[in-house]
Write a protein that binds this ligand. Structure first.
Ligand SMILES: Cc1cc2nc3c(=O)[nH]c(=O)nc-3n(C[C@H](O)[C@H](O)[C@H](O)COP(=O)(O)OP(=O)(O)OC[C@H]3O[C@@H](n4cnc5c(N)ncnc54)[C@H](O)[C@@H]3O)c2cc1C
Ligand code: SF4
Length: 507
């Protein structure tokens, strides 16, 4: 963590500040906007509700780590179809705990956005210079073989065996040692999360960064916004102390796909003439399976997510390798007591691979609750998207057996706890599933304040500017009009890079 970040212990009274631009949220969206504006000489304040983390603050125990770094202890779920979803509460936002996967959205996906959402300047060619600028800044590069570890390389071998394309995942890391700890925070600080990349760069360029500040409303006059207000919050608690107010010529909300719509709704439904704020909530629901091999895989070594296959992206899903602290995925292992203990003993022989699905038909809503800032979420998995998830699970099983696994644990209700052959795995293709059969998680979240060329159909334009006001911008994954087909962080950062430049030209 860099010097110049104001922390909880430094607030002694209520306070007010004035600046050109205030940015709310220091995740991949907000931090990039803040840095671009500071680099252009603007007086910027970046606000973050969570605290900064140092390597000593990271907890290897998955549950403890989630309780400290995630909202609602990492146990947030949707109503409707139950889906677990995590949003971070820390300087750096999701980039602190994510797997650092950086993938550009495919050309066909961005063309689809442009056609469906009346966008003129958001093709792949339009975004490529912004992707490139972010990649160069972060040092994004494919994961080298030396830190892949067996569980990632087995995935590569299986793809080769079946004739599916695959590649080492490009990540925003420098000097990764393959510790597989991305989820609980990178103790070597190899991962270039925004708290150690874009935020310090913004500070070097003159930005002021305040953590432990919870914005609870916009300050508005007519159709314009003139600042934000809220309370100081003690880290790892909900204790609120002093009040603050920041006045600015321009406000940028980058509080995340769940929090930004809540802030707008709490501010008398500001910028919501379209009625689209909090609508269209989309996820990349993910399914994961575990394969058990006859030989040791030593899964504790290897980049958290080192290999991927984009073979089926046009069919609606992406295949990847995965790792997390055993305590996190133990809940998915079958058995109790001695049986569970026996299954945990398989871990040194195991690999976990997952699929994320595009699921454009499955939508939900985000609503402010009467008290507090945690959102009420609904979401429903469309039956056609369920079919895609089942197909993706079949591909994972196929890959595991191609790699030489002797057992695959699908973690799906109605299937055997262990599939012992490819023939047994074929049941995945013939069985009719219900949405409740799958244990799903979705940490890629989109579209609750979507971008649209027509102000009656969306909340922001292609620059991230709210259609209804010329000095409020949004810069989190809520603006993505729908799924980017692949992991979203890099696409968000490219859009935020453009937004920062556009605001700088106007302030
Ligand atoms: C475990 C996990 C792994 C992931 N892996 C990947 C990956 O490898 N690659 C990838 O592309 N994507 C990944 N993602 C998704 C990616 O991290 C998110 O899409 C990304 O972080 C979204 O960025 P954002 O700026 O929209 O929001 P966030 O990262 O959520 O940042 C929003 C920030 O705003 C702050 N905030 C919220 N409300 C307030 C408020 N009221 N006042 C002040 N501050 C507030 C939050 O604390 C947070 O820091 C992963 C996500 C998770 C959770
Ligand atoms: S795998 Fe380990 S060393 Fe590499 S980026 Fe993730 S946490 Fe850091």
């Amino acid at each position: 963590m860099s010097a110049g970040v104001r922390v909880f212990a430094e607030y002694h009274r209520d306070f007010e500040e004035v600046c050109d631009v205030v940015v709310v949220g220091s995740g991949p969206g907000g931090s990039v906007v803040a840095r671009e504006l500071a680099a252009a000489g603007k007086d910027v304040i970046l606000l973050e509700e969570g605290p900064p983390f140092t390597p000593e603050d990271f907890e290897l125990d998955g549950a403890l780590s989630m309780a400290r770094t995630m909202r609602e202890g990492g146990l947030r779920t949707t109503g409707g179809t139950i889906l677990a979803t995590m949003q971070a509460n820390a300087l750096g936002g999701g980039s602190l705990v994510n797997s650092a996967i950086c993938v550009r959205a495919p050309e066909f996906t961005l063309d689809g956005w442009c056609n469906e959402f009346e966008l003129k300047n958001t093709t792949r060619a339009d975004l490529d210079p912004h992707y490139q600028a972010v990649e160069e800044f972060l040092g994004v590069a494919p994961t080298p073989d030396e830190v892949q570890g067996a569980r990632n390389l087995l995935f590569r071998d299986a793809c080769n065996e079946l004739g599916y394309s695959s590649e080492p995942i490009a990540r925003n890391v420098q000097g990764c040692r393959g510790s597989g700890e991305c989820f609980t925070g990178c103790r070597t600080r190899a991962k270039q999360s925004t708290d150690i990349s874009y935020v310090p760069a913004a500070i070097r360029d003159g930005a002021r960064v305040f953590t432990s500040l919870q914005v609870d409303r916009l300050l508005t006059r007519g159709s314009r916004v003139w600042g934000v207000a809220g309370r100081v919050v003690r880290p790892f608690s909900s204790e609120l102390t002093h009040q603050f107010r920041i006045q600015a010529k321009v406000v940028v909300l980058a509080a995340g796909c769940m929090a930004t719509p809540v802030l707008l709704q709490r501010s008398d439904d500001f910028a919501n003439g379209s009625g689209q704020v909090g609508e269209n909530l989309q996820f990349h629901p993910g399914v994961a399976a575990m394969g058990v091999f006859p030989q040791e895989t030593n899964p504790y070594f290897g980049a958290t997510q080192g290999y991927q296959s984009l073979q089926f992206v046009r069919d609606g899903y992406k295949l990847e390798t995965l790792w997390a602290p055993p305590g996190v995925f133990a809940v998915r292992l079958p058995g109790l007591g001695f049986e569970l203990k026996k299954n945990l003993a398989m871990i040194p022989y195991a690999a976990i691979w997952d699929a994320i699905a595009t699921c454009n038909r499955s939508k939900g809503t985000v609503r402010a609750r009467r008290r507090g800032l945690d959102p009420a979420l609904t979401w429903r998995l469309d039956p056609k998207d369920l079919t895609i998830l089942a197909e993706a699970l079949w591909r994972l099983a196929e890959l595991f057996f191609a790699a030489g696994a002797t057992r695959v644990l699908p973690g799906v209700h109605g299937l055997p706890e262990e599939l012992r052959s490819l023939d047994e795995a074929r049941r995945i293709r013939t069985r009719e599933f219900r949405e409740t059969d799958f244990t799903m998680a979705g940490n890629h979240v989109f579209s609750t304040t979507r971008m649209h060329g027509d102000g009656r159909m969306g909340v922001v334009d292609e620059d991230g500017r709210c259609h209804e006001t010329d000095n409020l911008y949004l810069a989190d994954t809520g603006i993505l009009p729908r799924s980017p087909s692949v992991n979203p962080m890099l696409t968000l950062m490219a859009l935020a890079h453009r937004t920062g430049q556009r605001i700088a030209a106007r302030v």
